[in-house]
Structures are given as structure tokens and as C-alpha cells.
Design a protein around this ligand. Structure first.
Ligand code: 2PG
Ligand code: MG
Length: 411
């Protein structure tokens, strides 16, 4: 039976050494477990990770209210969401914390799958055919994910446009990352092989140099940019945006952009490096500015992350403003899995491609690989190296051995 019989939480560490919440949820026969990830570049309107009082306070509230989940059917994510709402009626989980909402709902989805003896992706969303998302690798990190001296832009990413298997795709991303490491070491004998939070290299260089050497890494492996492989960029522009001055300030590179200049700056990078994926190219409230890029580059994934924060209502605004043609799906931005799935449905109905994503502070869990499959996500954004990043990639490999799944997702 899939009814919940117990809920237990604890505080553990994430990949950055910060405290986070892990929850075990049991049925009579099985236990599901999930730990919440956390971001460094956090959108203003995403669920609050923790209440005032941090992880300890969040756990205390969960323990006081554990009985509210007992007897709920673990397959019923709506009921889990409603139980969370009886504890916290705020619209950003500022009472119980989005981390606890995440861990409770994901652990319950996990135990539902285990108890029914079906894969998690099927338990999250039952349908006839499933496609695997294409892994989006992080080859070079800066911004809020790396130290002083690294580029201002947060992530340079790589993904394949023409591969035969999920193993090929993962291997290609790893090869490009490795080749980039070789080129960085050749260029600078003081390069320490330091890496950013998600495993991409964190070299001492500016944006232009970082883009140029990343392009060279792909080309020196024999790839034509925009053909077999493509580069992507997560500008995480809210990190650079200064609201008072209404300017984007690039400290490392030593320049500032007005809104118009930012749009031309991004456009120029897209053209020069044949970029196919651009995330948060302008700040998180610049819906109209994003729409300029979306109409200018119909063949590029123009992606909202801090812009759309896995929030159903905000996505509606982005859709009506035509701000993006793709959106990041991070369950912990929404809080519960139920809300994240509402967001995914709305995106799909409106032709917005989905990119299921990790956070820069991660656990070793692999549930997001299943979320990516169940939501028919085009890409799975999950860093590159480090146990917590590879955990998600390895899960895709395990699943791809399953006869029920064929083919790669198409862009
Ligand atoms: C992002 C994410 C993941 P963070 O901005 O897309 O790469 O970073 O988890 O720090 O918000
Ligand atoms: Mg982002």
C-alpha cells in the first residue's frame, strides 16, 4: 500500500558544505529519501530555502507537523502540497522553507515509486512514451559560482546536437571539458585546475577570453560549433545588474552596460560563438528586454531561470510578453513537486521548452534525472564533474538501459 506511515527529517550537508534538509518518508513496505539542493544565484521570487532560524527551525516545524502527512497516499502529490499549505500558507514557503517542501514532496514521490515497483519518472507522470533529456554540461564557471578573477558570467555550457546515444552525449561533454582543461593549462602555467561549484573550470580570465578558449576546445576536437556541438551561456544577469544605476556592471572585465548595450552585448556573443542556449541574458524582471532577444533569435533557446523561477504565475507573464522560448525547471524554486509539475504543464502547453536543472549546491540524489524525463524536458542541466553532478548523469545511463525508453529528446 502506498499510504504514508512515517516522516522523518534530518540536517545533512550539501556539496558546498552548507546545511540542508533530508527527509525519509515510509509506507508499510518501503522508504523514500530526498535532500534539498540550494542555489548561490537565487531568484528574488523563488521559494525561500529556509525560514528565519535556518535548517534547524525548518526541521523543528516539520517534526511538529509530521502527523499531517500520515495516512496521505504517497502517490498523491496534490495532497502532499495541500498538507504543506496547512503548515505554511505563504506564497514562498517562508514559514517551513522551500527546502523542506522539496524534500517532503520528492521523498514521497520516491517512496510511491518504490512501493509500486515502478521507475520514479513513471510515478511522477504516467504516459506511454518517454524521451531522455540531453545533458547540458558546464565547462567553465564564474560569477557567483567561482572566486575572484574568474569571468563575470556564471556558466559556459556545452551540449551535443547530433549524438547517437546518451552515453555519447555525456562523453562528448566530458571530452570538451577535459580538452578545455588542457588548453587552459597551456595558456597559463599558473592555472591550478581550480573548478567552480558545478565542476566547470574556474580560470583567471575575462568573459571574452573564456568564450574564445571554450570555442577553441570544441573546435580542436574536430567539432563545428552549432553543428555537432553548441555552446551555451548562463549570464545569470541579476548578479551583475545594479537596480539603482539601471546598469549591468562587469567588475572582472571592467565595463558597464545600459539595457540597450546589454542586449547588443548578448547578441554579439550569440553570433560570434554560434551560441544555441542563452539563460537569463537580462535581469530577472526585464520581461520586455528578454522578448527582444526571443524574437531576434528564434533558433536559439532563450531561457528564463531567475526570470521565471519555476513559478506558474510568473511564467504566464513571460508567455504573454513572449519573453522566452524555454524555461528552467528547478523543483526547489517552486517548493513542492506538485507546483513544479503545474509549471511544467503550462510551459508545455505553450511551446516553452523545459530544461530540468540542478542547483549549484547539490546532494548526491538523482531524482532530477527522472523529473527531466517525466516532464519531457529538452535538456538536463547538471554540471559536469563531481559526485553530486555525475550522480544525475549516471542515473540517465541506468534508465537508458531500460527498454521502455528510446531515442534522445530533439531540440
Ligand atoms: C543557475 C543555477 C544552476 P544556482 O543559475 O542556473 O546552474 O545556479 O543554483 O546557484 O542558482
Ligand atoms: Mg541560471
Amino acid at each position: 500500500m502506498t499510504l504514508i506511515t512515517s516522516v522523518r527529517g534530518r540536517i545533512i550537508y550539501n556539496s558546498r558544505g552548507q546545511s540542508t534538509i533530508e527527509v525519509d518518508i515510509s509506507t508499510k513496505t518501503h522508504t523514500g529519501r530526498a535532500a534539498a539542493p540550494s542555489g548561490a544565484s537565487v531568484g528574488r521570487y523563488e521559494a525561500a530555502a529556509f525560514p528565519k532560524g535556518g535548517a534547524r527551525k525548518s526541521l523543528d516545524i516539520l517534526e511538529d507537523n509530521a502527523s499531517k502527512f500520515i495516512g496521505i497516499d504517497s502517490t498523491d502529490q496534490k495532497a502532499i502540497y495541500e498538507a504543506l499549505k496547512t503548515i505554511d500558507s505563504t506564497d514562498n514557503y517562508s514559514v517551513i522553507g522551500g527546502s523542506t517542501a522539496y524534500a517532503v514532496s520528492m521523498a514521497s514521490a520516491q517512496v510511491a515509486a518504490l512501493t509500486q515497483d515502478i521507475p520514479l519518472y513513471k510515478s511522477i507522470h504516467s504516459k506511454e512514451h518517454y524521451k531522455l533529456p540531453i545533458p547540458l554540461g558546464n565547462i567553465l564557471g564564474g560569477g557567483a559560482h567561482a572566486g575572484h578573477g574568474a569571468p563575470d558570467i556564471q556558466e559556459i555550457l556545452v551540449f551535443t546536437l547530433a549524438s547517437r546515444s546518451i552515453r555519447d552525449v555525456i562523453q562528448t561533454n566530458i571530452d570538451v571539458h577535459k580538452q578545455l582543461g588542457v588548453l587552459l593549462a597551456e595558456r597559463d602555467i599558473t592555472f591550478t585546475r581550480g573548478r567552480s561549484d558545478e565542476g566547470g573550470w574556474a580560470p583567471n580570465m575575462n568573459n571574452e577570453q573564456a568564450l574564445e578558449i571554450s570555442a577553441r576546445a570544441c573546435e580542436s576536437l574536430g567539432y563545428t560549433l552549432g553543428k555537432e556541438v553548441a555552446l551555451g551561456v548562463d549570464f545569470a544577469s541579476s548578479t551583475q545588474y545594479n537596480q539603482e544605476q539601471d546598469r549591468y556592471i562587469y567588475d572582472r572585465a571592467g565595463f558597464e552596460n545600459s539595457t540597450g548595450e546589454q542586449i547588443e552585448f548578448v547578441s554579439d556573443i550569440i553570433k560570434r560563438y554560434k551560441i544555441k542556449y542563452v539563460e537569463d541574458a537580462v535581469h530577472e524582471e526585464a520581461f520586455k528586454d528578454m522578448s527582444i532577444l526571443t524574437s531576434r533569435f528564434p533558433d536559439v533557446l532563450i531561457v528564463g531561470d531567475d526570470l521565471t523561477v519555476t513559478n506558474y504565475t510568473i511564467l504566464q507573464k513571460a508567455i504573454s510578453d513572449k519573453s522566452c522560448n524555454a524555461a528552467i525547471l528547478k523543483v526547489n524554486q517552486a517548493g513542492s513537486l506538485y507546483e513544479a509539475m503545474q509549471f511544467a504543464d503550462m510551459a508545455t502547453q505553450n511551446n516553452i521548452k523545459l530544461i530540468t536543472s540542478h542547483r549549484s549546491g547539490e546532494s548526491n540524489d538523482s531524482q532530477i534525472a527522472h523529473v527531466g524525463i517525466s516532464t519531457d524536458s529538452t535538456l538536463l542541466k547538471t554540471g559536469i564533474l563531481g559526485g553530486e553532478r555525475v550522480a544525475k548523469l549516471n542515473e540517465l545511463l541506468r534508465i537508458s538501459g531500460n527498454d521502455l525508453i528510446r531515442g534522445l529528446g530533439e531540440l
